[in-house]
Write a protein that binds this ligand. Structure first.
Ligand code: SAM
Ligand code: SF4
Length: 334
């Protein structure tokens, strides 16, 4: 029996988020510069290596796997990877296989994802206004994403919409988005914009719309009931009594959620980040590529978990972006 992954603060690590590519077919202004330089292919873990990596984590007690990117569904042959992970769902060692996507490729992949055991998908969508959608994603087309959502629901996938709260951009869609999600039976979560990456063209503080304010505005129209639900991450949930729907808030800056953190993040190059807000990472690609047995990889994973920090250092409160990270969300996968 393998001992589970427990960090120095007695937190069991059972949730792995895996970025399978740094590439994307969108260029969301808060996430990427328009002319991004992507990693050379040889730097990326191959699909076989991703399988071996994830299978090792699952053997060490990871029960939930979230696939992300970049845009995970633009990685060539990514369904091969999902098909491989299905064996862990079938055996019961993996409890949930899920992904975060911009939705552009869902029309093509929804049915296959369902067949691989995926039941829930997070789709990032900040606006349902076509022109605004084109502005914020630069390269995206709203209609394509809406067709993806239809296909996903037809296939039986449950959808959660993730919207980044952006001052002066989607403030006016607070109620429209809530009602639209309710009408389509989709959950919704608002995310506070994070100081990730130096994009050169946007000022993080300018875009910052606090979820405290967002929540207060929501309460002007709806009765909000706090829900006890915790996922070990930064999300907190309320129910809107009038519609019965659940709304989540992810406030990595203004809330201390680190004490219950159960997750680590693997980049597409095999670096393990123990905390979204810290630069500490462990290279798992070298032990993976260095040996055909998984023993060295297992040791490296355990050594990394032993270094998981207590918490992060983001702080907007001093009107400057402290604890700012130089890496992009598309690298660690959000
Ligand atoms: N491409 C996929 C997508 O957009 O869902 C998956 C990767 S994306 C990096 C994951 C999530 O990170 C998305 O919901 C996106 O909105 C969010 N994100 C990207 N940059 C962000 C930032 N600076 N602050 C907050 N959330 C951000
Ligand atoms: Fe691509 Fe997702 Fe980043 Fe937008 S948020 S550029 S869709 S990776």
């Amino acid at each position: 029996m393998t001992a589970p992954l427990i960090d120095p603060f007695h937190r069991a690590v059972n949730y792995l988020r895996v970025s399978v590519t740094d590439r994307c077919d969108f260029r969301c202004v808060y996430c990427m510069a328009e002319n991004m330089t992507f990693l050379p292919k040889k730097e990326l873990l191959t699909l076989e290596e991703l399988d071996r990596m994830c299978s090792t984590f699952i053997r060490l007690g990871v029960e939930k796997l979230r696939i992300t990117g970049g845009e995970p569904l633009v990685r060539r042959d990514i369904m091969t990877f999902f098909k491989g992970m299905k064996r862990h769902l079938d055996s019961g060692t993996l409890k949930e296989l899920t992904l975060t996507t911009n939705g552009s490729q869902l029309e093509r992949f929804a049915e296959e994802l369902y067949a691989c055991g995926v039941r829930r998908v997070n789709v990032s969508l900040d606006t349902i206004d076509e022109d605004k959608f084109a502005d914020i994603t630069r390269w995206g087309r709203l209609q394509q994403v809406l067709r993806g959502l239809d296909a996903a629901q037809d296939a039986g996938l449950r959808i959660k919409i993730n919207a980044v709260a952006l001052k002066g951009f989607n403030e006016d869609e607070l109620f429209t988005l809530a009602e639209w999600c309710a009408s389509r039976d989709m959950d919704m979560t608002w995310i506070e914009v994070m100081p990730m990456g130096d994009l050169g063209n946007e000022d993080r503080l300018d875009q910052y719309w606090s979820l405290k304010d967002l929540r207060a505005r929501l309460a002007e129209r709806y009765t909000l009931t706090d829900l006890p639900e915790r996922t070990g991450g930064p999300a907190r949930y309320v129910r809107l009594e009038e519609t019965g729907q659940k709304i989540g808030f992810i406030t990595p800056m203004t809330h201390n959620f680190c004490e219950s953190c159960n997750r680590v993040r693997l980049t597409c190059t095999g670096q393990l980040f123990m905390c979204l807000g810290q630069e500490d990472m462990a290279d798992l690609r070298a032990p993976l590529r260095g040996s055909e047995s998984d023993a060295a990889l297992e040791d490296a994973i355990r050594a990394a978990i032993a270094l998981k920090p207590k918490g992060h250092d983001f702080d907007y409160s001093r009107q400057q972006v402290d604890g700012q990270m130089s890496r992009h969300m598309s690298h660690t996968g959000g």
